[in-house]
Design a protein around this ligand. Structure first.
Ligand SMILES: *Cc1c(COP(=O)(O)O)cnc(C)c1O
Length: 396
């Protein structure tokens, strides 16, 4: 007989809710931040430069440009790609809203592409049919941490003269065909929000091998001014020119100190995330109601999220019931994502339900399980126990 679920008054697997994602900050991180606080620069100073250099080196790109959120990173990249009013950019339907919003910030229109059922990555077979005279960029998303097919997307972009902005907010440290992501696309965008791989509170980075793009990225994050305050100080000059309308998206030295300290732990954290993911894979191998996303042989996920798809054939409960039952067991599950164009803002712009049928069907069955580097084996065991308990209770 199935165990009584916590949602029905049974004993929960955990008393305290296990979050789906969380940062890890240790004493060395605190020290690194404190040191900057005692120094001469709180915002754009030497630590920004050190962080950018370390980040660029880590991902194997020529330039890294740090900004104060992943969303700002997408905006500076969309601007550097030349997106403007009357342009279009292709965006997968299943992502965080920021992937599409950055296109809107530039006055351009997102064109939503459907995703593949087994990976939730943009369906590369559909991209070409969405290209029009107005298309200027593609913004593929490395969903859950697994890189998109960058060779295929770059090839399409080359043939149609488009700029590829890879939204790698989920994928810091991931590999595509044996090489770390960060320089495959024209620009690669990362986030350092606390649920992502390294935390700076808020923060984002754009990496690129292109000198001209790097110059545009740097100016746009600083009001459109091409010389920053530190550089003026060095030159002993007050003159600067604002060549175009930019924003203040600068990343403070304080936060870059945290980022730099966190970066040193990234490899160990990636390994830990992978360990937990492998544990989940093994535990669910014989649970037909639970289908993890397919991992492709030429990619190495950075395991930002562990996403499962529920198999309705084996369940007499829907996603909402399974989700609520898991929360009641103390497992802080989440859902990534509502199709972007289902949000009121995009609905009001005229995007209709039914536009991307695979993404919409996937949305109905996705659940994100807790996965972060600071989780213990016992935490991971609780997740497995709770999910097995819930699907057994709701077995069809
Ligand atoms: C987190 C995230 C962003 C935005 O990053 P912020 O740092 O929160 O602004 C963009 N795209 C995706 C896919 C994300 O997951």
């Amino acid at each position: 007989m199935a165990e009584k679920l916590a949602i029905d008054g049974g004993t929960p697997v955990r008393e305290r809710m296990l979050p789906y994602g969380r940062h890890v900050v240790d004493e060395a991180d605190v020290q690194a931040v404190a040191e900057v606080l005692r120094g001469a620069w709180l915002t754009t100073g030497p630590t920004v430069e050190a962080y950018e250099q370390a980040f660029a080196e880590y991902v194997g790109a020529k330039h890294a440009v740090a900004v104060n959120s992943g969303t700002a990173a997408l905006h500076v990249a969309a601007h550097a790609a030349g997106l403007g009013p009357n342009d279009e950019a292709i965006v997968p339907a299943l992502s965080f809203v920021a992937t599409a919003n950055c296109v809107r910030y530039c006055g351009a229109a997102p064109v939503f592409a459907d995703v593949e059922e087994d990976t939730c990555l943009i369906d590369t077979d559909r991209i070409v049919s969405l290209i029009t005279e107005r298309t200027k960029a593609i913004l593929p998303v490395d969903y859950a941490g697994q890189p998109v097919d960058l060779d295929v997307i770059n090839d399409i972009a080359r043939r149609h003269d488009l700029v590829v902005i890879e939204d790698a907010a989920h994928a810091l440290g991931a590999m595509y065909r044996g090489k770390r992501i960060g320089s495959h696309a024209a620009m690669t965008v990362f986030s350092t929000h606390p649920v992502k791989h390294i935390a700076t509170g808020e923060g984002g980075v754009v990496t690129t091998d292109d000198d001209a793009l790097a110059t545009r990225l740097r100016a746009f994050r600083n009001h459109g001014i091409e010389v920053d305050a530190r550089e003026r100080e060095r030159r002993g000059d007050w003159v600067y020119d604002m060549g175009e309308l930019g924003y203040n998206y600068r990343m403070p030295d304080i936060l870059c100190a945290l980022g730099l300290s966190q970066l040193g732990k990234l490899d160990a954290w990636l390994e830990r995330r992978r360990d937990i993911a492998m544990r989940y894979d093994a535990a669910f191998r014989d649970v037909p109601a639970v289908m993890p996303l397919t991992q492709l042989p030429d990619r190495e996920s950075a395991w930002h999220l562990y996403v499962i798809r529920l198999n309705a054939e084996y369940l007499r409960a829907d996603r909402r019931q399974v989700f609520q039952a898991l929360r009641a067991e103390g497992i802080g599950v989440n859902v990534h994502y509502l199709p972007i164009y289902w949000h009121s803002y995009y609905r009001q712009m005229g995007y209709l339900k039914g536009l991307c049928p695979v993404a919409e069907a996937q949305y109905d069955r996705l659940i994100t399980l807790p996965l972060w580097a600071g989780m213990t084996d016992a935490d991971a065991g609780d997740v497995v126990q709770a999910l097995c308990k819930v699907v057994a209770a709701y077995a069809a």
